[in-house]
Design a protein around this ligand. Structure first.
Ligand SMILES: [Cu+2]
Length: 407
């Protein structure tokens, strides 16, 4: 069989396949129309369905395959007629590389300008500013390196495309270049790592201001909820023991410890602005991650182990609503570790308020100690009025409690 005949046979076969495919599609379409006519179902706009995109993708593949085949036919025809090659694929590849660079760099610019606005608002905590500064320095450095290396990579592929006027130069090794591209990144990374280390150290090991002592809040994670415990008037979150966990004592609080008697439970986290907050974090079942994105706070909560984090909120919820121009703005804390199928439910609101609002809110929160728990721990059923820590020793009620504890 001659080449020309082979090509035409092949083209007819390909055409037949395409025709069959289109015929089938139209048969499908007819069937679908008939079906829709029978019972009208509102499927929403067509572009919202996954099948639409799957079909569009298949159609694109088919289109590319047809173009590919047509080009092949064109080339084979030229070859059969002993004509020089019609398409210089080296040039096509080189131009595609250059196009990819331009489109890619525009994509980077677009990402930074359009999605750049979607990142978190400014840090709402003292140490958060340092974290953001570190993040920005790293981002600027890596962006410069990213753009430079990609211009070189795609630029070389375009500029040094194959031509029979030039021969490749064999250049296997250069010690100076090796030294430069080893030492420069090593130095930059050393500076970045040291900066990270020193920033982290300044966040964790800071000297406590005796005039502005932190308020303690305990957060316990479990699948799939958070329990918040405030220290109460004494400022101390009392001890827990997992062996005491039962249906009425979900956290296993040890009420033999007098520091627990005024501990309060809360459904949301309310914290005063410009006052340090000491978080006491632990977990009842698996490892979760306590995450407060706006305050740049994240720490694992680990069963059998307590972790701590101290931070100072600097922007109230109301101020942030104004700054972000979003009246629905809410601070959140959430779980940042896939801990099971209900993981997505693990989030609670954080409200940053003035100290006066905080104190008023705290008064409304119930104590963990209920009458049932008083009975279980042999404590007098008359509730103990929360009192300042200095006055606690003088309170008759506490004396009664201590007596009860001794018994
Ligand atoms: Cu989780």
């Amino acid at each position: 069989m001659s080449l020309r005949k082979f090509i035409s046979n092949k083209s007819i076969a390909a055409l037949a396949v395409i025709m069959t495919a289109f015929a089938n599609t139209s048969a499908f379409a007819q069937a679908a129309v008939a079906e829709t006519a029978k019972k009208p179902v509102d499927m929403g706009p067509v572009y919202k369905s996954a099948i639409f995109y799957a079909l569009a993708f298949l159609l694109l593949c088919l289109f590319i395959a047809i173009i590919g085949k047509a080009l092949k036919v064109y080339e084979l025809t030229r070859e059969a007629q002993d004509k020089p090659k019609g398409i210089n694929w080296n040039t096509v590849n080189a131009v595609l590389f250059a196009l990819f660079l331009i489109v890619g760099l525009y994509g980077v610019y677009w990402e930074y300008t359009v999605h750049g606005n979607m990142i978190l608002p400014e840090a709402a905590s003292e140490h958060g500013k340092k974290i953001d500064q570190m993040f920005n320095i790293t981002l600027i450095l890596t962006t410069i390196v990213f753009i430079a290396t990609h211009i070189l990579l795609f630029g070389f592929a375009y500029y040094y495309k194959y031509t029979n006027k030039r021969k490749a130069y064999y250049y296997p090794h250069n010690n100076t270049i090796e030294r430069v591209w080893t030492i420069v990144p090593a130095l930059v990374l050393t500076v970045l790592v040291l900066m990270g280390f020193l920033t982290w150290r300044s966040i964790f090991y800071k000297i406590e201001d005796p005039n502005n002592k932190p308020i303690s809040i305990e957060v316990t994670s479990s699948q799939f909820a958070w329990a918040i415990r405030y220290a109460g008037a004494d400022g101390v979150v009392g001890t827990k023991n997992f062996k005491l966990i039962n249906s009425i004592n979900a956290l296993g609080i040890d009420f033999k410890d007098k520091n627990t008697l005024d501990d309060q439970s809360a459904d949301e986290m309310v914290i005063p602005v410009n006052k340090p907050v000491r978080l006491i974090l632990n977990s009842k079942d698996v490892i979760h991650s306590f995450f407060m994105p706006h305050f740049r706070v994240q720490l694992n909560t680990v069963p059998g182990m307590t972790s701590y984090f101290e931070f100072t909120p600097t922007i109230t919820t109301e101020e942030m609503k104004a700054k972000t121009n979003d009246p629905t703005f809410k601070y959140l804390f959430l779980c940042n570790k896939i801990c099971g199928d209900g993981h997505y439910k693990m989030q609670k609101e954080v409200k940053v308020v003035s100290i006066a609002e905080y104190e008023a809110w705290l008064k409304e929160q119930p104590t963990y100690l209920t009458d049932d728990l008083r009975k279980e721990f042999n404590l007098p059923v008359t509730p103990v009025a929360p009192a300042p820590v200095d006055a606690v020793a003088d309170t008759a009620a506490v004396k009664t409690n201590q007596l009860a504890l001794k018994n």
